[in-house]
Write a protein that binds this ligand. Structure first.
Ligand code: ADP
Ligand code: MG
Length: 909
């Protein structure tokens, strides 16, 4: 076989070229020659072939001596079509296939069936590819080898003859039928340079042969070579084919011309026989066994001395429907038509019978079909028949006769007829009954199960919605109630505060008793609210537990039903919403709690502010109160811290810090107060900074106008600044400029006190000296003294002392040279002016600062000119603290400049 691929040759459709037909070549063996067994040894062998039935070469027709194999017959069952699905729904198919045994069982009735054997049994699932491979491929191979070959489809209209042979597979390539696949194989195996393929497409209708490629040519004559028996159609169009596309185009044209008359059985039924003839001419360059075409005798082999041309013919016949006339409802012309159709078909049947029975007379001339197929059926031709049947029991008669036709074509009628054993049948019946019972039982159980799942779903859903409703109502009510109570308490407190203030102003003194009463009632209210809030929280917890219970119950209910579908998804969604709602409510509770805490604090606050107890601790600043030595106030301060700590434990520091950025100004104020209280405790300072609290506090300084917020935030920062690690962080995050800005905008002395306290703490850090000064820290500190408030002055003095001490330490270590930054930034006049302040803390800090400054000669001149020398002398004489007194003495003695000045002024020292 030539191996060069020839498909997709790219020849355009226009390349289709009609060719006048000549002789179709001469085949050495003929249909007729087989009629006289004595003259053809091949026919004798053929007739004796039943022994090879079913296993005769697996579809290969190759025979060394040119003796043909018998007609191979495959049976193909069409799947039920839509009409049969409904009309035959309650009936079993009339046939049962056993493809592995190559058997078909035809049901005669409910108890009995006949079994037939075929060369191939193709079920309704057989692919077109497989059908081609078992039915046509061996024939095509034999055609490529130089033999004539025929593939025929026989069967009742609508059973799939055209489907099997003529499908183009344009929508789905897997659907390609035998015609298309044969041509693909042929093109792939011939050589375009030396071989040629041409095609005729004809139909036989009412004993007229019509050219499907030229329908006006409708009475083509059959020419038979009397010597060779070869059949040809000189009048038919022959189209040369170079590539698959032009062949497909040709099939399309031919199909469009086919006459199809409708019958009751199938609206697409074809009442004509369609014949596709593919003529293959191949150049044979070698091969000793190649049959010579040139000498017209294929049984005679010559050794080729020169290239030979080998001619062969593949005929694919789509026979008209085999149904009985009365069934097709034909009348008049249709009746004639049906008769003609059946004439050719019955003639074919008779020829097959005669051949099968080795009859001396084969009635080939009875019909055009048998005449046409004369050289393509039997003899050296390889023939395959595909018998198509439908599954419907309504057409059992036709199906039976079709099967018998196929059997005859295999030469053997009812080749195998197996009677079913009775026992087997009764067992089968019993099993069927049992299966039916089980199916029904299974269906009932399934239904019960689904109902149960549905009921549980519904119940769970109702419970969940009820709980959700109650939960939401209760929460809403409680929230409203808390808000109302909170507003009222605030209002009352404000009123009380105003009236207290008025009274205080009027009386000129603080009426402790009144305030105590007011406070007592406020505290009572606050604790009442707190109690209600706690109640609410426990109610909420109970509801949450119930929701969780229901969730887990629902999950348990849903477990067995794997594909719960939309309902379960919806329930899941509801639960997720519920969780979100819970989260939101939790946040609200946090806010309420912080408000409550603040109310507790607010009830105490007026006392501190009004009392003006501006006393500082050097270690910590309470931005909410001034710390006081009075144990009553101290215990209040402790209470605040304790409450803040409790709140922080209950709610979580992170949540409190997040409230610092709340959009609600009220919440912000409450939160910053809580944070300030926490920051006053050394243990909390690190935690607050780690949790990002410092950043949030600095952000409050930067962003908000409200002075209370800034005061409290600055206080909190001052407390955090007690920790050395935090000091650096404050500086890094721009703390100095924010504190300066806060100080310059502040009205309230307490704000200035907080800022001054914060800077004073920073002043005590050696590492930050330079940066603090560069960023204006000293000037900002000095700026706060403008209010003259002793608390502020005290913080300033502390800051200056801290700074001078660090500077002195660095100068001693040689790290720092040059004049003190304090002197450079103009602090000296204030220092000198306040050096003898009557408040002891201020005085002590300034005295220390002066001593530190005086230790370095580089500051001496400025100190002399600024009047600080006199203060040093005073300190060395009058200071109540001995260590400071000694330090001043030592300093005065060690400085050249001081000593010279004292000498000049004749001060005895
Ligand atoms: P006929 O050869 O008698 O003219 P058709 O080939 O036209 O029958 O088939 C009749 C109908 O059944 C068509 O719609 C066809 O597509 C469908 N059909 C036939 N055989 C098969 C099959 N094996 N698988 C799916 N559909 C089929
Ligand atoms: Mg058809």
């Amino acid at each position: 076989m030539a191996s060069s691929a020839y498909r997709n040759g790219g020849v355009p459709r226009g390349a289709l070229r009609a060719q006048p037909s000549g002789s179709n070549g001469r085949q050495s063996s003929s249909f007729k020659s087989r009629l006289a067994p004595s003259s053809s040894p091949g026919s004798a062998v053929r007739r004796s072939s039943p022994a090879s039935l079913g296993g005769g070469g697996g579809g290969s027709f190759k025979n060394q001596d040119g003796v043909p194999g018998r007609v191979r017959v495959a049976i193909r069952l069409r799947p039920r079509n839509a009409e049969e699905m409904s009309a035959d729904a309650d009936f079993a198919d009339c046939v049962e296939l056993q493809p592995e045994l190559k058997r078909l069982k035809l049901r005669k009735n409910n108890w009995d069936s006949d079994t037939y054997e075929f060369d191939e049994v193709l079920t309704e699932y057989a692919s077109q590819k497989r059908v081609y491979e078992v039915v046509a491929k061996p024939v095509v191979e034999s055609v490529l080898d130089g033999y004539n070959g025929t593939v025929m489809a026989y069967g009742q209209t609508g059973t799939g003859k055209t489907f099997t042979l003529g499908r183009l597979g344009e929508e789905d390539t897997a659907d390609r039928g035998i015609m298309v696949r044969s041509m693909e194989d042929i093109l792939a195996n011939v050589s375009p340079d030396t071989d040629s393929i041409s095609v005729s497409y004809l139909q036989l209708y009412m004993e007229y042969i019509q050219d499907l490629l030229d329908p006006s040519n409708d009475n083509i004559h059959i020419v038979e070579d009397p010597k060779t028996g070869d059949v040809s159609l000189p009048g038919a169009t022959h189209v040369e084919i170079n590539e698959q596309q032009s062949f497909l185009e040709l099939l399309r044209i031919g199909e469009a011309h086919r006459i199809a008359a409708n019958t009751q059985l199938n609206t697409e039924s074809s009442r004509s026989h369609a014949l596709l003839m593919v003529h293959v001419k191949r150049l044979v360059t070698g091969g000793e066994d190649a049959p010579s075409i040139e000498n017209g005798n294929s049984s005679h082999f010559i050794k080729p001395s020169k290239p030979l041309v080998r001619k062969s013919k593949l005929v694919i016949v789509d026979l008209a429907g085999s149904e009985r006339i009365h069934k097709s409802g034909s009348e008049g012309h249709m009746l004639e038509e049906a008769k003609s159709i059946n004439l050719s078909l019955s003639a074919l049947g008779k020829c097959i019978n005669a051949l099968a029975e080795n009859s001396s007379h084969v009635p080939v001339r009875d019909s055009k079909l048998t005449r046409l197929l004369r050289d393509s059926f039997g003899g050296t031709a390889r023939t395959s028949l595909v018998v198509t049947i439908g599954p419907s029991p309504r057409h059992r008669g036709e199906t039976t006769s079709t099967i018998l036709f196929g059997q005859r074509a295999m030469k053997v009628e009812n080749m195998l007829k197996i009677k079913e054993e009775f026992d087997y049948k009764s067992l089968s019946r019993k099993l069927e009954i049992q299966v039916d019972k089980l199916v029904a039982e299974n269906e009932r159980l399934q239904k019960d199960f689904e109902d149960e799942v549905e009921r549980i779903n519904l119940e769970a859903q109702n419970r969940i919605s009820e709980v959700e409703r109650n939960f939401a109502d209760a929460l809403e009510k409680e929230k409203l109630k808390c808000q109302m109570e909170y507003m009222e308490s605030i209002k009352e407190l404000e009123e009380k505060m105003v009236s207290n203030q008025r009274k205080h102003n009027r009386d000129g003194f603080f009426d402790d008793k009144h305030i105590e009463e007011g406070l007592a009632s406020s505290v009572e209210e606050a604790s009442e609210i707190k109690r209600q809030l706690n109640d609410e929280i426990s109610r909420r917890k109970a509801l949450e537990e119930e929701v969780n219970n229901l969730k887990s119950r629902l999950a348990r209910c849903l477990q067995p039903k794997e594909n719960g579908g939309g309902e379960i998804l919806r329930l899941h969604k509801d639960l997720e919403d519920e969780v979100l709602e819970k989260k939101r409510l939790e946040e609200e509770v946090i806010m309420l709690r912080s408000q409550l805490l603040q109310m507790t604090l607010d009830t105490d606050q007026p006392r501190y502010l009004d009392r003006g107890a501006y006393r500082d601790s050097f270690n910590g600043l309470n931005p909410l109160t001034s710390q006081d030595q009075n144990p009553h106030y101290r215990s209040n301060g402790n209470r605040q811290k304790a409450s803040a700590a409790t709140l922080s434990e209950e709610v979580g520091l992170q949540k409190i810090l997040s409230l610092l950025e709340s959009d609600d100004a009220n919440v912000r104020i409450h939160a910053v107060k809580v944070v300030a209280n926490l920051a006053a405790e050394e243990v909390n300072q690190e935690r607050i900074v780690e949790a990002g609290g410092l950043t949030s506090l600095l952000m409050l300084l930067r962003r908000y106008e409200d002075e209370t917020v800034r005061r409290v935030a600055a206080g909190a920062i001052a407390n955090l600044a007690m920790n050395e690690a935090n000091q650096e962080l404050i500086m890094v995050q721009g703390g100095i400029s924010l504190l300066s800005m806060t100080a310059s905008n502040a009205e309230d002395p307490q704000t200035l006190r907080m800022v001054a306290g914060a800077i004073a703490n920073l002043c005590g850090n050696d590492k930050l000296q330079q940066k603090l000064r560069t960023e204006g820290g000293i000037r900002a500190l000095l700026g706060t003294v403008r209010c003259g408030h002793p608390d502020v002055l005290s913080q300033v003095a502390r800051g200056i002392a801290n700074f001078a001490k660090c500077e002195s330490r660095l100068a001693t270590q040689g790290i720092r040279t040059g004049r003190s930054f304090l002197i450079e930034d103009g602090a000296l006049p204030w220092i000198v002016h306040n050096a003898n302040d009557e408040a002891a803390p201020i005085r002590r800090h300034i005295e220390l600062a002066l001593c530190h400054l005086a230790q370095h000669e580089v500051n001496a001149k400025d100190m002399v000119s600024g009047g600080a020398l006199w203060e040093l002398v005073r300190i060395s004489r009058d200071c109540s603290r001995e260590d400071i007194r000694n330090l001043a003495c030592k300093t005065l003695n060690s400085s050249q400049i001081f000593r010279a000045e004292l000498r000049r002024l004749r001060v005895e020292y």
